[in-house]
Design a protein. Structure first.
Length: 233
């Protein structure tokens, strides 16, 4: 265990202090939203009169710290470490510290050219941003149109189902109409039979309700008639 610790200590002593230090691969610089840029080479610009050398090349802002290069797409975005093999050649040959607080006095024609170039760059960025939003808008409209078509298809399918159901009920009613009529006729016949039975039962009840005549009155009734007939003679 002690040998392993000694080996680690030896390796730590051999490795340089700069290599042992943790490299910050992301950081920000308090640059203005549109920093003033001046040309130092045909394709390289630097932020004018700034405490740190901030270059602009190939639509990126570049910063060199401790021999390492970092870049950012926007002046107020984070700067990210870039490996040496990806460093553009025009930046690699720049002298360290020469363009710190750099001031470049140019004539009116040069300033106008720089202003136009900056305007073209900003116009390109605005067009890129607009095209991106137009693509998002077209994609959103396409999804919305697809949703409307799907909803319209579902609505038409439901209407077709309801129409088929109504046609089925109508055809079923037409098919059952003769049977319904026959059932109505049978019901009428049964009702007539019940009425006839009710009338017959009513007649029987009335016949049974008539009081019976006394037999003696029935026997004397003819004699009385003969007696009246004799008196008339």
């Amino acid at each position: 265990m002690k040998k392993l610790a000694a080996l680690f200590l030896g390796l730590a002593a051999v490795v340089p202090a700069g290599a042992r230090a943790q490299v910050s691969v992301r950081f920000s610089i308090p640059l203005p939203a549109t920093p003033p840029l001046v040309y130092v080479q045909p394709d390289v610009q630097v932020v004018e009169d700034y405490d740190e050398e901030v270059f602009f090349h190939d639509d990126f802002y570049w910063v060199r710290r401790d021999g390492r290069w970092f870049r950012s797409h926007r002046p107020r975005s984070e700067f990210v470490f870039v490996e040496p093999r990806y460093i553009p050649a025009p930046l690699g040959g720049l002298e360290v510290g020469r363009y710190r607080r750099y001031r470049h006095h140019v004539g009116m024609a040069e300033r106008e050219r720089l202003r136009r170039e900056e305007f073209r760059r900003e116009e390109f960025r605005r067009n890129e941003y607009r095209h991106l939003h137009e693509a998002e808008y077209r994609d959103r409209e396409r999804r919305r149109a697809e949703e409307l078509r799907r909803f319209e298809g579902e609505r038409r399918h439901e209407e077709a189902l309801r129409r088929a159901e109504r046609e089925h009920h109508r055809a079923e009613a037409v098919r059952r109409e003769p049977e319904r009529r026959r059932e109505g006729e049978r019901h009428e016949v049964r009702h007539e039979v019940r009425r006839e039975e009710a009338r017959r039962d009513e007649g029987q009840r009335q016949h049974q309700a008539v009081p019976a005549t006394n037999p003696r009155q029935q026997h004397n009734a003819p004699n009385g008639k003969h007696h009246d007939r004799d008196q008339n003679h």
